[in-house]
Ligand binder design. Structure first.
Ligand code: PMP
Length: 397
């Protein structure tokens, strides 16, 4: 069994874990990488001359290389370890904001962003008197690229959009979005939190300037994430946090900064979690990204067909080719009530606004019930969700 936690019993039912968009479970290999680090390697990296420090440093830097290859970055200087997507986006918003945003400037985001890809830009804009422009989306959950094209002006400084919506499952045409922005000389940040475990990501092919993701949504431990940034652009940004490791020389008069990527890695990083991320990439590659994609495609089509037979179900997000996530309501029942009853039957889903309140406002609803998949999700899990919904639907209608 790769995922020991999936054997859990919940209120006498076998756990059906359908909250993978919030966080995926961890395979045995990842748990072992983490415990082995603390059992055999624990030490602080980069500064040590002793055996453990050298070994830990080598392993940590090897994972950077692994990530570089995994997302096909041009150089390992472009891979910055962070705590997760949120920190990666905040890093760019704060530093890019300081360097390039001025009064009257504009940042384009989409209407289907996670709060993590809205609020950091609002903070950066507030500092200087810049503003957000928002790409709208259709009832199905498809971005309106015509409006997007019309949002550009001489004041546009950056575009920030997600690759896959955590609420709607829409796979956004990010390569096209990047192409349009670059046509105006505007860089693009992609929030890849919901894409990275579900499809191959090639940052050079996408052409994006920044790509952000969290380890814990791709079978790795919590506490580690990645910021990919094009070297040329990262070099133009000021440091984010000050501290150890990010400096070259410090005097009270003047400090010079370390080279990439260390300039953006102040302080002691989460070394064990980074090694866990390496093990998670090994895990994904051993399953094969292509076979994960095929499996999840079949699962999505099975699940949409099956759930469509539940009386009074209403889906939110029906874009063609959507990935990983099914958001729905049962009639006008509150999503929290549906989630609570599902839980009592052993089915773990998420309810609420999923940190995407503007999406809820767009549809005029308080929230949704969200079932989300991972590579270990089976048609039996979907059947269990379906059976549970059939049971609770009459109670709520
Ligand atoms: N963006 C998207 C699309 C997400 O789904 C999430 C997590 N729900 C985040 C950003 C934030 O990720 P984290 O909490 O791991 O920083």
């Amino acid at each position: 069994m790769d995922f020991p936690i999936l054997d859990t019993q919940v209120y006498g039912h076998p756990l059906v874990y359908l909250d993978n968009a919030a966080t995926t479970q961890k395979p045995q290999q990842v748990i072992e990488a983490l415990t082995n680090y603390y059992l055999t390697l624990n030490s602080n990296i980069h500064r040590g001359t002793h055996y453990l420090a050298t070994q830990a440093t080598e392993r940590y830097e090897a994972v950077r290389q692994q990530v570089q290859q995994f997302i096909h970055a041009a150089s390992n200087k472009e891979i910055v370890f962070t705590r997760g997507t949120t920190e990666s986006i905040n890093l760019v918003a704060a530093t890019f904001g300081r360097q390039f945003l001025h009064k009257g400037d504009e940042v384009i985001v989409s209407g289907m962003e996670h709060h993590s890809n809205i609020v950091p830009w609002q903070l950066a804009c507030e500092q200087v008197g810049a503003r957000l422009r928002v790409i709208p989306f259709s009832d199905e959950g498809v971005l309106d690229l015509e409006v997007y094209r019309s949002l550009f002006s001489t004041r546009t400084r950056l575009v920030a959009v997600n690759h896959v919506s955590n609420t709607l499952g829409t796979v956004n045409p990010v390569k096209e979005i990047v192409g349009i922005a670059h046509g105006h000389g505007v860089p693009v940040l992609i929030d890849g939190a919901q894409a990275i475990a579900h499809m191959p990501v090639d940052v050079q092919d996408l052409g994006c300037d920044f790509y952000c993701f969290s380890g814990h949504k791709m079978y790795a431990p919590m506490g580690v994430g990645v910021l990919y940034g094009r070297e040329e652009l990262l070099n133009q940004l000021p440091p984010y946090q000050g501290g150890g490791e990010m400096i070259k020389d410090v005097t009270f008069e003047k400090t010079t900064y370390n080279e990439l990527p260390y300039k953006f890695e102040a302080g002691t990083p989460s070394v064990g979690d980074v090694l866990g991320l390496g093990a998670a990439i090994d895990f994904i590659q051993s399953r094969g990204m292509d076979s994960i994609v095929r499996h999840e495609e079949q699962l999505m089509s099975y699940a949409m067909d099956r759930l469509a037979t539940v009386p009074n179900i209403r889906f939110f997000g029906t874009a063609p080719g959507k990935v990983g996530v099914i958001s729905f309501l049962l009639g006008n029942a509150h999503p929290y009530d549906v989630g609570t009853l599902l839980d009592k039957l052993g089915v773990a889903v998420r309810t609420g606004h999923h940190c995407t309140q503007p999406i809820m406002d767009r549809y005029g609803i308080p929230g949704t019930v969200r079932a989300s998949f991972a590579c270990y999700t089976t048609t039996a899990d979907i059947d269990a969700l379906h059976a549970a919904l059939l049971r609770i639907e009459p109670m709520l209608m």
